[in-house]
Design a binder for this molecule. Structure first.
Ligand SMILES: [Zn+2]
Length: 303
């Protein structure tokens, strides 16, 4: 693996689509959200096989044990969720990204010095994540690994331990469309949906400010990817240092082993124009009256 490319975005922003698009490049390896899911026995890989029957994942299993890792397909052992350690509030402080760079640095040092076993365990899990990505990249014979896991905290730790350059794609979708989708598909209240979109994107902005340079960061609007696909793919190619040979015209799903939402099973290689978001009037009003939501909405060019 020569480069680790990490996706940051709010949920329901088109990450599974982007995984398929990038994975259609001869030099980009991906399994979508490498750390996003627990894999039940009937969980279907995007290739059509169940997770346990998929020959690709069986090969991953074999290669990981060759690397010296006990590896289980039902749980990769790379989960760093706030609930893992039974101290979610304590952990959330670590998970939080401060705007102030010095405060952020002090917080990181505080956890590293005063909670060394906790910190070591996190780093071990992220190292295993890195080795897994390397194994997948080798099996797929593609040197760039794309991870659409989306968790900003994992990215921060990955950047710390990675022996290859880490680049970021920040994927944004029209906030109203994301809010509508979270209400419809996740049953979120309008408040929760709006706050989720705001908090995730604000956190991503702070992470960028404190940890990344402009040259390692690509801002991508989902709508631009769908409406101006060739232009965006050309820009993305330049960013990743590859040519623009994304092979979507002869899309062969059996070659993809993507973990992610149900779109992994329905995607047929066609990038469809996004629909114009329509929210119920009271949800629309809540969104428009929210200063933080509208500030991001303007920043991302949606008004
Ligand atoms: Zn598969």
């Amino acid at each position: 693996m020569k480069q680790y490319v990490y996706l940051l975005s709010c949920e329901h922003s088109g990450s599974t689509l982007l995984s398929f698009v990038l994975g259609a490049h001869p030099l980009i390896s991906t399994v979508g959200e490498i750390a996003g899911y627990t894999h039940y026995s009937n969980y279907k890989c995007s290739c059509g096989f169940t997770f346990y029957e998929c020959p690709f994942w069986q090969q991953v299993l074999k290669e990981m044990s060759r690397e010296g890792f006990s590896f289980d397909l039902s749980d990769f052992g790379i989960n760093i969720s706030p609930y893992l350690y039974g101290k979610p509030y304590f952990y959330r402080l670590y998970h939080h990204v401060f705007y102030n760079q010095q405060l952020e640095f002090l917080k990181n040092r505080f956890f590293e010095i005063f909670f060394p076993s906790f910190y070591r365990d996190l780093i071990l899990r992220v190292k295993k994540n890195f080795i897994l990505a390397n194994v997948i990249s080798q099996i797929q014979k593609k040197p760039i690994f794309f991870d659409s896991t989306k968790d900003h905290f994992r990215l921060k730790l990955l950047k710390q331990i990675s022996s290859v350059p880490v680049k970021v794609i920040h994927l944004v979708r029209d906030g109203k469309a994301v809010v509508g989708s979270m209400i419809k598909r996740e049953g979120y209240s309008p408040h929760k949906a709006i706050n989720t979109w705001i908090k995730k994107n604000e956190t991503i902005e702070r992470l960028k400010k404190n940890y990344f340079s402009e040259s390692d960061w690509f801002f991508l609007r989902y709508e631009d990817l769908c409406n101006n696909t060739s232009l965006i793919l050309s820009d993305l190619s330049n960013f990743l240092g590859v040519d623009s040979s994304f092979n979507l015209s002869s899309f062969d799903k059996s070659k993809f082993h993507v973990i992610g939402n149900t779109m992994r099973l329905s995607f047929d290689g066609t990038i469809r124009k996004p629909s114009v978001p329509s929210l119920e009037t009271e949800v629309e009003n809540l969104f428009v009256l929210n200063k933080r939501a509208m500030s991001l909405y303007r920043k991302y060019g949606y008004v």
